[in-house]
Design a protein around this ligand. Sequence first.
Ligand code: SF4
Ligand code: SF4
Length: 363
Amino acid sequence: MSTPPPIAMLAELTHRCPLACPYCSNPTELLSREDELDTDTWVRVFGEAADMGVLQLHLSGGEPASRSDIVDLMQGAHDAGLYTNLITSGIGLTPRRLDALEAAGMDHIQLSLQGTNADLADWIGGYQGGFDRKMQVAAAIRERGIPLTLNAVMHRHNLDDLDRTIEMAVELGARRLEVACVQFHGWAADNRSQLLPTREQTEAAKRIVAEAEARLRGTLAFDFVPPDYYADYPKACMGGWGSAGLNVTPDGTVLPCHAAQTIPHLRFQSVRDHPLSEIWYKSDAFNAYRGTDWLPDTCQSCERKEIDFGGCRCQALAIAGDAGATDPVCSKSPDHGRVLDLLRAAAEPEAPMQWRQPARTPA
Ligand code: SF4
Ligand code: SF4
């Protein structure tokens, strides 16, 4: 079967970020400024992405506004013909910079929300005054009429605030609200027992989102990502490995998903050395878990194999110790008992929460 081109690319422009969220999906070994691709290389990669059929470009980080060349990067992406979405905490986006980004062709902003009030948001984000600055940026986005998605990463400490989160999304003029229960990759994996919502919180969140979706139809659209630890079956991670999207890390390494570098036997190639299309179509890492031929026996005989493709490879590695295993969150997985053990451990967390630390600078 021939491989279709990717639809979306996530460009992690930098790992630098003024915030320190304990659920950050960046790797625990953060890259420093010196490791980052320069402006010209990123713009070349945006052109290669557009040439191979990518439609949407998500400019992310870290905090993408930490790049002093963010406006040039936006312009380069726009000139390549890509639909551009800036994924940001808002910190570092002054009204002047917003104007420049709009003039450079920014199509959409996805603003993260750490909490619905300053006490909670600044505690989670590890950044005093961050909430107030974010609210100023949100007002400036609204004034300019820039299409806005609010991205609320939800966990045990803020899921009870979901009603207020939805109200805030409407007040801020967002067109879409992502209620994304934390996924346990990167820093979040080290904080799993502190962050995992309870089953009761998860059930309440499903009810609240369903009710709000019906009430706010035409005003606010919802993307709800429940924690899959309480589900019977896993999600199709990235819509299937190497099937719809790719990530480029700050140093140019191309990955099928955020956490793929945790899989030790795969060698991921860089845009510094190879064209993007060669990496997507021909690299061993992208072909390792494409399609369904590689699936383990438990999945091969399952009617859902074309729906979830066996779930998440990084989760299979993290929990079952084998990236080629059935995702252990699946109730059919022989390793499902390990997820139940994690749920029991999360009921009485022992380790304190760890906030994200800055990248080590080279000696
Ligand atoms: S999750 Fe928090 S710390 Fe990580 S990049 Fe986003 S805003 Fe920064
Ligand atoms: S057995 Fe495999 S294909 Fe079936 S639901 Fe579980 S993870 Fe998906």
